[in-house]
Design a protein around this ligand. Structure first.
Ligand code: SF4
Length: 352
């Protein structure tokens, strides 16, 4: 589904277009040292299977550059080299086949150094992400209320330098660790510029809190038509970052990756272990390529039949059995213990 609201330039990362109304792209970051190329290759491939479209790798030293080169030869997904402090690593990563470079204006800012990076990017025809983080923006730690303005000013100053080199292949991120600051920074930047936006909240804390913070910030911005690629930052497996990103895009109606499972929260009326069923079912569904059906798992006959009828397939449970609905019609009773198998059979049945 296209993201039609904000008109931006289009930037290509490998074969993937960012911006210009193209669908919002999911990205994540490998969490293993890039020099350990075999482990990173496994993680990148797992991310691809999970639905990730672009992967970023940290490049900290020459060993990482060597790793980056080997990884690039073995994976299909476009790779972004994440560079801090040492501009020569950015130039080296371009030579190693990077599809995009991320620089942090907080630690690579000398004009001559940046000019060298841009010259390499132009020769390779690959884009740059200007990746601002609240932790490394000028005046960090001072008055928090001006953080959005400072993030935006840093981005615009850096963009001016890029434009003085006649370079426009740019994506911008303005990540704060706080939802309000992140939203304010992106909104403010979008009023000044038409470069594509990479959305994210940084340093989000416990994974559950991180998923919530990211969902709020990214949800608000995407609903306003801002954002061309997203990364959910979690102190957890990158696969969970991708899973969360998919749920965000699905919840906003911006993408559909597979079946939508809805279930009631359960209460004292529920006479089956619905929580366990939903968790087990979710794990089984996640590993299969299934049609984007809506499936309802409901704990009792109070709200259950209504929701189950509105879904493509649904079950409303009684004590040991549930009533299975298909496209609004009650079809048959299913035993609770056999429910997951019955639902999967129905979901795999293309004629059902
Ligand atoms: Fe409770 Fe039934 Fe509603 Fe589920 S559907 S929350 S079990 S009343």
């Amino acid at each position: 589904m296209l993201n039609k609201n904000r008109k931006t330039r289009v930037v290509r990362v490998g074969k993937i277009p960012l911006g210009g109304g193209n669908p919002v792209v999911i990205q994540s970051m490998a969490k293993i040292k890039t020099a350990d190329h075999l482990s990173v290759i496994r993680q990148v491939n797992a991310l691809e299977n999970a639905g990730c479209q672009i992967v970023r790798l940290a490049v900290k030293d020459k060993a990482d550059l060597e790793g980056f080169k080997k990884i690039k030869q073995k994976v299909r997904l476009p790779l972004v080299a994440d560079i801090h402090f040492d501009y020569k690593l950015a130039v080296g990563a371009v030579d190693c086949g990077a599809d995009k470079i991320r620089l942090n204006p907080g630690n690579i800012y000398r004009k001559e150094e940046v000019r060298e990076v841009i010259s390499a990017l132009k020769s390779a025809k690959i884009p740059l992400r200007i990746g601002l983080n609240s932790g490394s923006v000028k005046g960090s730690g001072s008055n928090r209320s001006t953080m959005p303005e400072r993030l935006v000013k840093s981005a615009l100053d850096y963009i001016r330098m890029m434009e003085s080199f006649k370079f426009h292949d740019i994506v911008v991120s303005l990540k704060a660790s706080n939802v309000r600051e992140t939203v304010a920074a992106y909104r403010r930047f979008a009023a000044f510029s038409d470069y594509p936006l990479h959305l994210g909240v940084t340093a989000t804390g416990f994974p559950y809190a991180g998923a919530i913070k990211s969902s709020i910030a990214l949800g608000v911005l995407l609903l306003e038509g801002l954002g061309d690629t997203i990364r959910v930052s979690l102190t957890d497996s990158p696969l969970k970052e991708v899973y969360t990103a998919k749920v965000i895009l699905e919840s906003l109606g911006l993408s559909r990756f597979g079946p939508e499972i809805i279930s009631c929260p359960t209460c004292g009326r529920c006479e089956v272990n619905l929580v366990k069923l939903v968790n087990d079912f979710e794990n089984r569904v996640a590993s299969l390529k299934l049609r984007p059906l809506k499936v309802a798992l409901m704990g009792c006959v109070v709200n259950g039949p209504g929701e189950a009828k509105e879904a493509d397939i649904g079950v409303a449970f009684g004590k040991e059995y549930g009533l299975l609905f298909k496209h609004g019609k009650a079809v048959r009773k299913v035993r609770f213990s056999d429910c997951a198998n019955s639902l999967l059979k129905e979901m795999e049945n293309k004629h059902g």
